[in-house]
Design a protein around this ligand. Structure first.
Ligand SMILES: [Zn+2]
Length: 457
């Protein structure tokens, strides 16, 4: 049977470690709330220039803190990116993807590190991908899962449970990870969001079955009016999420009285045929990899930045903001400089190529992006296709390999150095997760909707 650490009501007080056991707990340590907005692409925020009023709350948060205009997920997939977020390890190193991989217990997670520094750690999630069998909940003392609820109930549950937890918090600082699934397909938010941007069109598709529509049309052309309808439904989900996050933020009163750093980001985006694909996973398109990143809290300056940010950066960034020690082996770089306005340049470890971001789904689908002579390029390997080079900021859909071979060679050399394209790394000791529980849940009929919704993560 599945054994979760805590039942789903969220009303129980957190398991706590005696504060006396904690190392010199600093009274100035703030709380940290990391909010993951599954499948929310960066350009859907009104603050990013979107033409619809999708995100009034996130816009307010962006105005109250720092918004990264060029933030990237490490992969177009839920589990891969979150594992990179939690470990500050690149996907080809942590090796966690799909149902059949498990994070090695020897890996250090952000939650484990913060717990060791005295933090109370809390996780609540809305997707099967975070089941304890996968192992990425290492370090979370309290885990509130809501993935088995109807999709439009999960976010409400995540919010309510965290409000209850926060109200009971001890004097220890809190690190909370809250995962929301409202934007993910099926695109079927409740009213008024369902019809907020488009009148119902049952002749085109049934929103309840939009996931099946995505599955059937991943790479095939679809009518423009259906595409417009899908985007309007997706945007309705974005607006629904935004309203839920406003409720989360407004109702959060962490009883320890400490100030709180809030981080709003996503694990990947969603594509609506901009480059021929529908939905997410596998492909290395900008629509799938660019995500929102908004940070507010004590010491965070306000504004927007073009500094490149990526999922692996969150771990070292938070440690710098909290003035806590860095463990060995983190692969991200700290973004504390743009967040605090210190003006210090960010590390540029690759001579001639700056702002390197590696993306990875598997050895057949990976990419490396980097800025060379002021131009941003992305070297892309997709299964069944030739290696291609794209100008990210100009025409991300066009292959410019023949015109820019030195740039391609430079990025390929980086891919080799970080061992993206070496198959032997695939067998570095990652183990299969126990999937008996999945079979059990499937037999109980739980998984139909969930697996349909997540089959392309
Ligand atoms: Zn996801």
């Amino acid at each position: 049977m599945l054994v979760f650490i805590l039942s789903c009501t969220g009303s129980e007080p957190a398991e706590t470690v005696a504060d006396a056991d904690m190392p010199s707990l600093r009274p100035d340590l703030p709380n940290v709330v990391l909010v993951s907005m599954d499948t929310l692409r960066a350009d859907r925020l009104s603050a990013a220039g979107y033409h619809r009023d999708t995100t009034p709350f996130l816009d307010e948060r962006a105005a109250a803190g720092m918004m990264f205009r060029r933030a990237y997920s490490q992969a177009p997939s839920t589990l891969i990116t979150h594992t990179s977020m939690f470990t500050s390890l690149l996907p080809q190193v942590h090796q966690v993807r799909g149902h059949n991989r498990k994070l090695e217990e020897s890996r250090l997670t952000l939650a484990e590190h913060l717990a060791a520094q005295g933090y109370a750690t809390y996780m609540s999630f809305s997707s099967l991908r975070f089941m304890p069998e996968i192992g990425i909940n290492q370090g979370f003392e309290t885990v509130n899962p809501f993935w088995d609820r109807p999709k439009n109930k999960r976010g409400v549950n995540v919010t309510d449970a965290f409000h209850a937890y926060a109200a009971e918090a001890s004097e220890r600082p809190v690190f909370a990870f809250l995962h929301y699934f409202e934007v993910h397909a099926p695109y079927n938010p409740p009213e008024p969001y369902l019809t907020r941007y488009h009148a119902p069109r049952p002749d085109l598709l049934d929103p309840r079955h939009s996931i099946e529509y995505l599955d059937a049309n991943r790479l095939t052309p679809i009518p423009v009016e259906t595409l417009n309808y899908l985007e309007a439904l997706y945007d309705g989900g974005v607006a629904y999420l935004d309203a839920e996050l406003r409720r989360l933020h407004a109702g959060t009163a962490i009883a320890n009285g400490r100030p709180t750093i809030w981080i709003f980001t996503a694990d990947h985006g969603e594509e609506f045929k901009e480059q021929g694909y529908l939905g997410h996973s596998t492909w290395m398109h900008e629509e799938l990899l660019r995500v929102p990143l908004v940070v507010t809290g004590p010491g965070i300056v306000t504004g927007q930045t073009d500094a490149i940010a990526q999922s692996v950066d969150l771990f070292p960034t938070l440690l710098d903001l909290l003035q806590l020690p860095h463990p060995e082996g983190l692969q991200g770089r700290s973004l504390a400089s743009p967040l605090t306005g210190s003006g210090a340049p960010l590390d540029q470890p690759w001579p001639g190529v700056s702002d390197v971001v590696p993306f990875y789904e598997n050895t057949k689908n990976w990419a490396v992006a980097g800025t060379i002579d002021g131009q941003r390029f992305k070297l892309v390997q997709q299964e069944g296709r030739e290696l291609a080079l794209h100008r990210v900021d100009v025409d991300p859909g066009r292959d410019v390999m023949t015109k820019h071979q030195p740039q391609a060679a430079a990025l390929h050399a980086i891919a080799e150095q970080i061992k993206i394209s070496r198959k032997k790394l695939r067998e570095s000791g990652a183990r299969d997760a126990n999937i008996d529980e999945l079979d059990m849940l499937r037999s109980m009929g739980y998984l139909d909707e969930i697996e349909a919704a997540e089959s392309h993560e």
